[in-house]
Design a protein around this ligand. Structure first.
Ligand code: NAG
Ligand code: NAG
Ligand code: NAG
Ligand code: NAG
Ligand code: NAG
Ligand code: NAG
Ligand code: NAG
Ligand code: NAG
Ligand code: NAG
Length: 438
């Protein structure tokens, strides 16, 4: 006979189960209560160390100790009733994290103190927040180096330390973070790690913008096939842009490599980055031709190559870029004519071709650029007349700079009707006639 069929045994088992239940029910809330209490105490203790504690944190008070989940900037998990999120953005908090006791926050998934005045070091104890998925310490005054303990936060998906005063070498152990999609270390004073130890294939957003990085293009980036945003600008990166950037990073929407020491050509394989909206490569040492294939990146809105050594022609395929708003090819060695197809880029508001070796006349098709606000053509060898047809359709024009060219003929009187115009530079050409009046 099995115990289930013995009525007295079954009854005593039921009693046991019931007792066990009561025990469980009373233990759990107790534990939650005590850890919630410890968390409230930790927040109060930290608040007392701040040199400016913002008025919205008045709910953080000893008299309100039992209502932790109703405190401003705090969210609780509905099951455990302990703190799951701390969101303290833009509260003008002034102080440090040195006395923040992270230990009780075992359920914390989000810690966001973006845009405050928090200074001092990022405490290594932050590495104990084992459930953290979102850590945003950006736009503060943190100094010192990035604590290696951040690499213990293996659940992390979002890490921003953007715009602080962090220095030292980026810990290569960050590459141990298997789930990070968003990594922003921009606007600090960080130095090169051993890049060969990096591998973060889950990245979708990566910025090392404005640091003190001096290496060749870090190879690991070419394996981040889910990247949509890449910014290495304002560092001292050297060497060529690897071919694997073009062949592997097909999801990229922004490629920002400006103000570095990159050299060599722009590969015709750039057309494989068919989702690009912004390309900003200005202020490098790039050379060769602008690839004709650029015209197939149909969503391109911003294309900036100024201050490099590109030569040859402006590809006529640029006319296929219907979304193009800003084209900046200044300060290169382009020596073609201006392709008439440019007049098809009717969304252009900013066209900068100054300081090249362009020749020939302004194509009449440019009259279709009816949104153009800034037209910079100075320091070239452009010639012929500036047609009244062009000017009369450029009603949004704020700046027209054609100085230091070989233009001739009358200055079109229509210029006087451009009500937005603020900057007009015509000097050192062969214009005749009188200056138009408003
Ligand atoms: C911000 O904090 C500083 C102290 O660091 C304080 O002097 C200032 O009044 C605060 N500003 C606002 C708008 O609360
Ligand atoms: C890349 O994104 C896809 C689609 O979201 C996802 O399935 C894949 O796991 C991601 N790859 C990595 C390495 O995270
Ligand atoms: C492209 O640049 C514009 C202007 O700087 C910006 O507003 C936009 O967010 C950028 N797009 C991407 C995908 O980075
Ligand atoms: C473009 O990529 C292909 C492979 O996808 C490669 O065979 C070719 O050499 C690349 N082009 C250049 C200019 O490197
Ligand atoms: C433009 O420059 C390239 C390379 O320097 C040269 O081969 C070509 O002949 C030049 N074209 C014109 C029209 O001057
Ligand atoms: C042109 O630019 C405007 C404003 O930036 C935008 O709303 C519109 O979608 C653009 N049109 C095209 C074809 O890109
Ligand atoms: C302006 O664009 C229209 C429509 O695409 C076209 O028919 C016309 O020829 C263009 N104007 C000039 C001067 O090219
Ligand atoms: C002036 O621009 C409009 C678009 O706003 C276009 O339809 C028209 O054809 C242009 N005029 C000339 C002469 O190109
Ligand atoms: C005037 O423009 C021509 C043609 O661009 C240029 O070669 C010359 O240096 C300019 N003169 C002065 C004084 O800037």
């Amino acid at each position: 006979m099995s115990s289930l069929h013995n009525p007295s045994m079954a009854a005593s088992q039921k009693l046991y189960l019931a007792l066990f239940h009561v025990l469980l029910l009373s233990l759990f809330p107790l534990k939650a209560k005590s850890s919630a209490r410890a968390q409230a105490e930790a927040l109060l203790q930290w608040k007392s160390t701040l040199s400016f504690s913002p008025p919205p944190l008045s709910s953080w008070s000893r008299s309100n100790l039992n209502n932790l989940c109703e405190w401003t900037a705090v969210s609780c998990s509905s099951t455990s009733r302990t703190v799951s999120q701390i969101n303290l953005r833009s509260l003008n908090i002034t102080g440090t994290l040195a006395h923040f006791n992270f230990t009780p926050f075992t359920d914390l998934t989000r810690f966001d103190i973006q845009s405050n005045n928090v200074n001092g070091a990022i405490p290594s104890a932050i590495g104990s927040l084992s459930k953290l998925t979102h850590l945003d310490l950006s736009v503060n005054l943190f100094e010192g180096s990035i604590p290696v303990e951040i690499s213990q936060l293996t659940e992390l998906q979002y890490l921003s330390l953007y715009s602080n005063n962090l220095n030292g070498i980026i810990p290569f152990q960050l590459a141990n973070l298997p789930k990070v999609r968003h990594l922003d270390l921009g606007a600090n004073y960080l130095e090169n790690p051993d890049w060969s130890k990096f591998s973060m294939p889950s990245l979708e957003y990566l910025s090392f913008f404005l640091n003190e990085l001096t290496a060749e293009f870090p190879h690991f980036i070419t394996n981040c096939r889910n990247l949509t945003f890449l910014d290495l600008s304002l560092n001292k990166f050297t060497g060529q842009i690897p071919e694997l950037v073009y062949t592997n990073l097909g999801k990229l929407e922004a490629l920002n490599l400006y103000n570095n020491l990159f050299q060599g050509p722009l590969s015709s394989n750039i057309s494989k980055l068919s989702n690009l909206k912004n390309i900003s490569l200005q202020n490098n040492l790039l050379s060769g031709q602008i690839p004709e294939s650029i015209g197939s990146i149909s969503g391109l809105q911003i294309f900036e190559l100024f201050s490099n050594s590109f030569q040859g022609n402006i590809p006529s395929s640029i006319g296929q870029l219907k979304h193009l708003e800003k084209l900046d090819l200044r300060m290169n060695a382009l020596n073609s004519t201006i392709p008439p197809e440019l007049g098809l880029c009717t969304n252009l508001t900013y066209l900068a071709l100054a300081d090249n070796q362009l020749s020939g006349e302004l194509p009449l098709s440019l009259s279709n650029l009816s949104k153009i606000a800034d037209m910079g053509l100075s320091e070239n060898s452009l010639s012929g007349e500036i047609s009244p047809t062009l000017i009369s359709n450029w009603t949004e024009l704020i700046s027209l700079q054609v100085q230091n060219n070989l233009f001739s003929g009358n200055i079109p009187p229509e210029i006087g009707k451009l009500t937005m115009l603020q900057y007009l530079f015509l000097y050192n050409n062969s214009f005749s006639g009188s200056i138009p009046r408003r």
